[in-house]
Structures are given as structure tokens and as C-alpha cells.
Design a protein around this ligand. Sequence first.
Ligand SMILES: [Fe+2]
Length: 310
Amino acid sequence: MQYSALTEHTCAPSKTPEELANIVSLFASSDGWMDKVRLCTQRRWYERLHHGSGYDIWAISWLPGQSTGFHDHGGSAGAFVVATGILEELRPGERARAIHPGNPHAFGPDYAHDVRNVSLAPAISIHAYSPPLSEMNEFELDGNRLVPRERAPGQSETLYREWCMQRTQPIDRTGALSIEQVLAAARARLRRLSPHEALEAVTKAGATLVDVRPESQRAIEGSIAGALVIERNVLEWRFDPTSSARLPVATDHDIQVIVFCSEGYTSSLAAAALQDLGLWRATDMAGGFQAWRAAGLSIVPPHGTSQLSF
Ligand SMILES: [Fe+2]
């Protein structure tokens, strides 16, 4: 079903939380909305996909680390469901709970919470509010008590206002991410290592150091003795434990892989790609080979050194 079929009745009365839960579930399983979703590294991305007198529907994307902070919904009841990924909800005095896809959460008009993505992958959720969201108040947690966040008069936030602001950004007009944004998103998922930390992880914790530079670059710059040479274009196939082309070292998803390139840019994207495969400990070496050399660590000089591998 196309989602537009769910949004025809714009004069419906206010919905109960249970009705909103059904709405977000139906909407999330409908066709035609996912291609509108974008990712944004600066802030959570929103799009209002329906606005009527009875309720509105929003899609929200969450990159790792993005969160709402504590907020209410300005007197609107609501419901949300995770379409993909995992979110975490925090309420005052309660333990955080993970929210997985497929189970809608509904709430009344006095509800306040903090929703965040603490996972390593993006998440997408569908939200509905009734009456349509017109105001959100922000809070700070003081012990188990919520304290209104200081704001100048008339400065209460609305999702709609934030959404309008987002639409003025070039990223939201095109849906495209720049390479800087993609890189920032990848690095937000990594606990990057300095050359000395990488060396220690290899020698003391059995980590695997992986050189993804092309052969031509290794021939010019030199190499690191003991590093596994896996060029970038085959990296995922060599480390996916379920791949028939995997390396012997790719025994499971728990191995620690430390990727490096020449300067530490490509390696961040490569490490994030390994995390996408479930290698949750994958990371990269900040500054790459050049930082390793600058740190005074041992290298094999260029020329006659291209066969280095385990
Ligand atoms: Fe909320």
C-alpha cells in the first residue's frame, strides 16, 4: 500500500495513543516513504509526511550518537515505531530500554522522554502526533526530576520549525551527503587508534593490522612489517566470516581489525564498512602510514618491500 492512501482524511478528529500506534505501524509497513529518508550528520533529519487536522506523521533518521534530549510533545499524544535500526528510550527514574523495529510505543499528552541512537548503525523511525505537533518543550534531568530548560520567551521549539530550518540547508534540498559528512558519520562510529595504540593492540591483544593502500602507494611509501596487505576493493570479502573468500584470520565477528591507509581517510570508511558486516571492533589508525612513520615506529623502506604480509 502506498502511504498516500493513509493520509487522505485530513479532517479527522484527534486520535488516541492506541490509534496512533496503529497508524505508525501501518505507515511503516507501507510503500513509498523510505526513499524520502535522508541522513544528516549535523542533526537528526526529519520530514513531515502527512499533516492534517487530526494528526501528523513524521519520518526521522538517526545517525549513531544522535539524540533528542529530554522533551515533551506540547500536549499532543503520540506514537512511534522503529522501521530499521535500534533506538534507546530514557525516562526519568527508569532504566533505558532498547526499542527494536516493529513494536510501536504510544503515549499520552503528558509524556516526556529522551530518545537516542546508541548503536553503531543508522536508525529510521516513524512518528505520529495528535493533535499535530505544534510545540515541544525541552528539559534537563536533575536526579530523577525533569527541569525545564532555560529558554527566552517564545523560544519553544517545534518539530515543524526545525524541519523548516533543515529544508534551508543544501543537504536537504538534494539528499546528497558530501564526502566530509560521510567521513564524519563513519568516524562517529569508530574509536580510532594512534599508531602507538595500534602497535600495542597488535602486539598485546592480537589485533590484525591491515594495509589497504594500493600496491603503487606501498612501493613509494614503504610498508609496516607484519601488516596484512588487503587492498580496499576486496576488503569486505576477505573479512566477512560468512564469505567464501574470507581469510583464515576472519574466524568470527569479534576479531579486532585495524585498517590503515596512507593518511587515515580511506581507512575510516573501510573500517565503517567492516562494522556494517558485524565486525564491531573494527577501527582505523589515525593518520595512517604517514603518522606511523612520523611517530618513529619501524617501517620497511620502499623498494623490494611489496611482499609484506603474514
Ligand atoms: Fe518524543
